[in-house]
Design a protein around this ligand. Sequence first.
Ligand code: MN
Length: 234
Amino acid sequence: MSYVIPPAPVASLPVVGRAERFPVRRVYCVGRNYVEHAKEMGFTGREPPFFFFKPADAVVPVPEGETGKIEYPSLTKDLHHEIELVACIGTGGRNIAAADARKHIWGYAVGLDMTRRDLQGEMKKQGRPWEIGKSFEQSAPIGAVTPAAQVGDVENAEIWLKVNGQDRQRSNVSKLIWNLGEIVEHLSKAWELAPGDLIFTGTPEGVAAVVAGDLLEGGVTGLSPLSVKVTPAR
Ligand code: MN
């Protein structure tokens, strides 16, 4: 196969304890999936799950023990952090039952769904798509994937984010409105999942702005932690 222009590289994540990497196909994200975060965004109650995408090349892979860098993006004055558990799909399928979902998950990682909140808010107000708020370059820093076999009880794991050493977000994965199985069930009705798909499962309360120079350190108990520094806009 030859191409008329150079093909884009395959996005991929490091894997804990392995030299091989996890190749990324699609990046799905669940909106408003923790009650207290839904409330802080002005919503209440259990609404059906809804999804948006980020492009695979928005992923910033951060190796274990290293601090990744993301550049403060254009157009925004309100860049927010959203710490999330990321499920990494190893086996695809459609119409996957919630009870079978875990068989399709190869591993888990800690990710940040970085959000241009001011632009997202403007799009919401106008009933327009969210991409400009959610799907920009470097909007998805993610740490190393821990294989599912090495992960303990991820459904009851603590999830947290510190900014410059101060607690910003702290909750528990058990507080997801739609749990991992239900997310996979809903998602696989709408799209056929395939190996390499990532699912950002939603963020707990405490989302807030970051500025250039901030150090973000996030974790989920049992997974490789994530460390990211925000660098000034060019
Ligand atoms: Mn999110």
